[in-house]
Ligand binder design. Structure first.
Ligand code: NDP
Ligand code: PYC
Length: 345
């Protein structure tokens, strides 16, 4: 049986922040990265929890992420678009910097966008959506990654795993949030299967010759498949256009050209759109929040669960019982803590 140990959320936070500080990240970068990684572990999202620390450090060591970057709000080129220049650091501190202005602008005008440029992005998007639903706003977040997914009918990796997340505010209740890769699963899941020596379910990937495979190594060398065939493929392509081309940042094939590997965290931009349900429904009958609740009640009443429900249950458990990690994970954290960038190659 795997040995485990349990620590509180704040203990894990302290340890992860110390790892990033020891590796040379400034406080702005270290705190924002710690927030999102600990949130991933707390919510039972292993593919974007502590497992991501090593990749972030490898990216710093390779010179592709600036550990001392200070993000800055760029001069506003157009009303309704807030742009944050990440200056080569991670996306999370740049996002945190832009959110107050984005929320203010969305409440004032009904809709506003936040563009984040020149950042390293490896995190799950739901935490960014929740930063906006927590302020009474509906939100859409999307970004490319690196070319790892074959468009439907193709055999070569051209699209990223391109996640997109939507959220709707629910007052005191946890928000309605869904967040998924446009590939069958996040690439992190393939890597976790490889590390665990497990085969993949059928339909997730093809090998380098375009043949279906359930072998994680062959899948990583070949291509992942989009979810929903041509539908996921088209959404993934649109994310390349909106959150790559339209915001003047890298598309997934360009990210792969720049990095030359998928073992580092991808470098690109991100698009966040915030909307005020109150402003959009002004003058129309019915309260949008009450109408949304009627829909959620009907969904749940019919036997379905809302997306993120599993996450919110995991969160409540972590808050009351702490976070349980396997001893191998604790050893890895302790190695990263003691050796800093020397712990990664
Ligand atoms: P999943 O397939 O695990 O989950 C997708 C969403 O569907 C979640 O909101 C989940 O909620 C919900 N869901 C799952 N099962 C059900 C169900 N039966 N009924 C209702 N809702 C359900 O996600 P992916 O593997 O596609 O992506 C995982 C993460 O990886 C995402 O957070 C994404 O942002 C991240 N990612 C990040 C990338 C990056 O470049 N930064 C690239 C690709 C992915 P719940 O969590 O409650 O189960
Ligand atoms: O899991 O697909 C993924 C991923 C790519 C970049 C960050 N996460």
């Amino acid at each position: 049986m795997t040995e485990t140990a349990t620590m509180s959320i704040s203990q894990l936070h302290e340890l992860v922040e110390a790892i990033f500080r020891r590796a040379g990240l400034n406080a702005v970068q270290a705190v924002a990265l710690t927030n999102v990684i600990v949130a991933g572990e707390r919510d039972g999202c292993k593919s974007h929890g502590i497992y991501r620390i090593e990749g972030a450090l490898r990216t710093v060591k390779a010179g592709k992420a600036k550990p001392d970057a200070i993000p800055a709000i760029a001069p506003q080129a157009s009303s309704g678009i807030v742009t944050v220049q990440g200056n080569g650091g991670f996306a999370n501190p740049a996002f945190e910097l832009g959110v107050p202005l984005l929320a203010q602008s969305a409440h004032a005008s009904g809709i506003a966008a936040l563009v984040v440029n020149d950042v390293v992005h490896f995190s799950a998007l739901w935490s960014e959506v929740e930063a906006l639903t927590g302020q009474g706003l509906a939100a859409i977040v999307m970004c490319p990654s690196y070319a790892a997914v074959a468009p439907a009918g193709g055999s070569k990796p051209l699209l990223g795993t391109n996640p997109f997340a939507f959220g709707w505010p629910r007052g005191d209740k946890p928000p309605y949030v869904f967040d998924f890769a446009t590939s069958m699963v996040a690439r992190g899941e393939i890597e976790l299967h490889r590390r665990a020596g497990k085969q993949l379910p059928e339909g997730w990937a093809i090998d380098a010759h375009g043949a279906p495979t359930t072998d994680p190594d062959e899948a990583l060398a070949g291509a992942m498949l989009p979810f929903g065939g041509h539908k996921g493929s088209a959404i993934g392509t649109m994310i390349e256009l909106l959150a790559g081309v339209m915001i003047g940042d890298l598309t997934s094939p360009e990210v792969l050209d720049y990095l030359g590997t998928t073992t580092l965290s991808p470098v690109h931009g991100e698009l966040i759109i915030a909307m005020s349900p109150k402003a959009f429904s002004a003058g129309r009958p019915g309260d949008p929040f009450a109408r949304a609740e009627a829909l959620f009640d009907a969904i749940i009443g019919g036997g379905a669960r809302l997306p993120s429900e599993r996450r919110f249950i995991a969160r409540a458990k972590s808050e009351s019982e702490g976070i349980t990690l396997a001893s191998a994970e604790l050893e890895q954290l302790s190695r990263l803590h003691d050796k800093g960038l020397d712990a990664v190659s």
